[in-house]
Design a protein around this ligand. Structure first.
Ligand code: F3S
Length: 755
């Protein structure tokens, strides 16, 4: 069963009563985002109004989706919870670990060879615990979710930033770290700061060369990469309803690029059409019955300034095609002359070498059909394409249907590489160069979402520009960054001047979607007999063992590192080549804090081992302390642990034996992750006490046996000369979180409660 209609009907049954109650409590008409938030409270019917941007609220999401890179540690942790099945419908999608090189057939075979261990692990864990499994080649997580699981008014979380794509079908879908997903899988609530709301009113209508992608490229230009932080972006207005459902998905997808918590659209006819064409008549029927609850209240649309924290208006009739980049998705340039000028001023290579169409952002049937209408013109008008084409269809269903309808053949006639239905070049899984670090300066255009340096091909000199699929196709044909298809002529192989006509395409396949094998594996009803195998000598996977409680007495602890300045989750657990070890806690722990700057010598990965007096790498020194049975403390500056919600940044220090992290202030998600792993995450009561900490210090916690909510802890800092400082440390642990600490981790506690 691809989706659970009974679950969806259950959500809709509750929704009406909960939304009505919320409206009464809030005392004014509600936006769509508020309707979905208030109807998914962990405690059920709303009993109080929440303050946006301030209150932390427990929610009960309807679904979870995980991709193959992040699912490994999430599922390894879930296995610790002692549950027979996941508590809410969950799917795993194998899409990140497939390289794009020669084309789908060979590349998929290669991926199945080199990552078979990971894929087999994910498949067997999914089968055991009732998780739907999408095999490598089945598609990109967010396209598959949109086609199969997203539903108007629903709430989902996913272990990938672009989970937000499902807003195209009227959901609140939010990217989270593995630890949050595990909580929900294990039957716990999911906590989120009640978001602020940004309303985007779309008037007019898209036409000609302008596509939904240009809407979000424009929004990115207006709000910049940080403008959506902590907010849900809600789109509405006649321009919104006139767009296709997958086009809305594109807009929501790139909400991640402006830092938004998520983005969404109200339920409309385009969503109904999409639901019906993707074999979900019953979801469409159910949604139609509560249609007014699946959009904002009418008053909100009349006077949006009264209901949103910020309102932006964009007239789609006046919007032109944009090209954003390089190196940041919010740097917008209109096609044509302004690009000629900007490229010259900034020394961006005008010649375009590749046009890539795909990624979770723009790989729908509509996207491929509109881009192919441009590609077809190259054939019809005898144009030689100047750049190479690479295509990643979003799902096997899209690929199969596009092949049936002759869409892929058009690209193939232009010698395009049809890569696997997977992320490929979008996540650096593109074997473009043998030595990317020393590869030449060049420009590429793609329809993806992210264009940071090295993102696509590992080459820091690749200037990647983001555009709609149809503009990507046109620019690839012209081979110039500043090609303006509305005005510029091209010279064909006969020496004649020709122009490209406006793109055309189909919102949905006229003959319907079709697929032979969509790549989905339904888990067994009772998976209790399924063995999950992880080889003892595996480099990439390691079963977890429960953490031992740190206990209520920490004395004689040594300083591991006093981190200076910024210390993000990337400094604590680096990405890049370490991604390979995401499922092997001991191996990935060899990158613990190697990016943090040691406050005593301003060097990275160079700290004093107090046992020997020698200096060494952080993981090595920490392993020496662990071997000697000595607990350690990490000290940090402000906003420690900012960045991603990666749980590895908490699990690794915990695994290596760090007992406490003491900082001036925490990034909240990291602080919570430390708590979940049964560690102490504490803050200096007096910030300047950070300066008291010296390289050879030893720490004694004086009252940890009285650990209680709202009661600071006292720390004795013993310096090498025997002098002492006694300082106060604050914490934000509540009763439940102290219970996590006492049990060794949140999962240990869940397991105990299940026993
Ligand atoms: Fe994959 Fe790129 Fe989307 S990595 S999930 S296609 S953002």
């Amino acid at each position: 069963m691809a989706f659970d209609i009974d679950m969806i009907k259950g959500v809709y049954t509750n929704m009406a009563a909960r939304v009505d109650k919320a409206r009464e409590i809030v005392g004014k008409p509600l936006t769509l985002s508020e309707k979905i938030l208030y109807s998914h409270l962990w405690d059920g019917t709303p009993s109080k109004a929440f303050i946006r941007g301030k209150d932390y609220v427990d929610f009960a999401p309807d679904r979870i989706a995980c991709q193959d890179a992040t699912a490994q540690m999430a599922l390894l942790q879930f296995m610790q919870a002692g549950k027979a099945k996941v508590a809410v419908p969950t799917t795993v999608h194998c899409d990140h670990l497939i390289q794009a090189k020669e084309g789908a057939a060979k590349d998929l075979k290669h991926a199945n060879n080199v990552s078979s261990e990971v894929f087999n692990f994910l498949e067997s864990v999914s089968n055991k615990y009732g998780i739907g499994f999408w095999k490598p080649g089945a598609g990109i997580i967010h396209q598959v979710v949109l086609e199969n699981y997203a539903f108007p008014g629903g709430m989902m979380i996913g272990t990938d930033s672009h989970t937000v794509n499902a807003g195209g079908l009227g959901m609140l879908a939010i990217g989270v770290g593995g630890a949050d997903a595990v909580d929900v899988m294990a039957g716990m609530a999911w906590e989120l700061k009640f978001p602020k709301l940004i309303g985007v009113k779309l008037t007019g209508k898209l036409s000609g060369w302008t596509a939904p992608k240009d809407v979000i490229l424009k929004v990115a230009e207006i709000l910049t990469v940080k403008g959506g932080t902590g907010a849900i972006v809600e789109y509405f207005g006649p321009g919104a309803t006139s767009m296709s459902c997958t086009g809305k998905g594109t807009i929501c997808n790139m909400g991640a690029e402006i830092g938004a918590t998520t983005s969404t659209f109200g339920y409309d006819d385009s969503m109904e059409r999409y639901l019906r064409s993707t074999d979900r008549e019953d979801v469409a029927d159910a949604a139609n019955k509560i249609r007014k609850y699946l959009t904002a209240d009418d008053e909100v649309y009349v006077n949006p300034e009264a209901y949103f924290d910020q309102v932006i208006e964009i007239n789609l009739s006046e919007l032109g095609p944009l090209l954003n980049g390089p190196f940041t998705p919010d740097l917008s340039t209109e096609v044509g002359e302004s690009m000629t000028k900007k490229a010259k001023e900034n020394d961006w290579p005008i010649k375009v070498e590749w046009g890539l169409i795909g990624s979770c952002t723009n790989s729908s049937y509509e996207d491929l059909s509109r881009a192919s209408s441009i590609a077809q013109q190259a054939l019809d008008k005898n144009l030689k394409t100047k750049a190479e084409f690479g295509i990643n269809p979003g799902s096997e269903q899209v690929r199969y249907t596009a092949e049936r309808d002759g869409i892929l053949e058009v690209f193939e006639k232009l010698d395009a590489k049809i890569f696997t239905n997977a992320c490929g070049p979008c996540i650096g899984q593109w074997a473009r160069y043998s030595d990317p670090k020393n590869a030449p300066k060049n420009s590429i255009v793609h329809s993806f979402n992210r264009n940071f340096a090295k993102r696509a091909d590992g080459n820091p000199n690749t200037h990647a520009f983001v555009a709609s699929p149809e503009l990507t196709a046109a620019i690839a044909i012209a081979g110039r960054l500043d090609f303006n298809p509305l005005k510029d002529k091209l010279i064909n192989e006969n020496g004649e001047e020709v122009m490209l006509d406006e793109p055309t395409g189909w919102e949905l396949p006229p003959k319907g979607f079709e697929v032979k094998d969509n790549g989905y594996l339904e888990p067994e009803a009772d998976g209790s007999h399924v063995q999950v195998e992880v080889k003892e000598d595996s480099e990439r996977l390691q079963l977890l063992t429960p953490f031992e409680p740190i206990g209520d007495s920490i004395t004689g602890a040594k300083l591991l590192i006093k981190a200076f300045g910024k210390c993000t989750t990337d400094h604590i657990s680096m990405a890049g080549p370490w991604l390979r070890y995401r499922g092997h806690l001991d191996n990935i722990s060899n990158n613990t804090l190697i990016g943090a700057v040691n406050a005593f010598n301003q060097k990275t990965n160079f700290v004093k081992n107090q046992l020997t007096g020698e200096y060494g790498g952080v993981p090595d020194v920490q392993r020496a302390y662990k071997k000697a049975g000595i607990k350690t403390v990490v000290v940090g500056d402000h906003n420690y642990g900012e960045g991603s919600s990666r749980e590895h940044a908490a699990m690794q220090p915990r695994h290596l034996g760090v007992a406490a992290v003491i900082v001036k202030s925490f990034a909240r998600i990291h602080e919570t992750n430390l708590k979940k792993q049964g560690m102490l995450g504490l803050t200096f009561d007096n910030e300047s006490d950070y300066d008291l900490i010296l390289e050879d210090d030893t720490f004694n916690f004086l009252d940890l046996n009285e650990f209680a909510p709202n009661k600071p802890l006292t720390l004795e800092v013993v310096h090498a000369d025997g002098s002492k400082d006694v300082i106060t440390l604050n914490h934000t642990y509540n009763e439940a979180q102290i219970a996590w600490y006492k049990e060794g981790s949140a999962l240990n506690l869940i397991k105990k409660q299940n026993a």
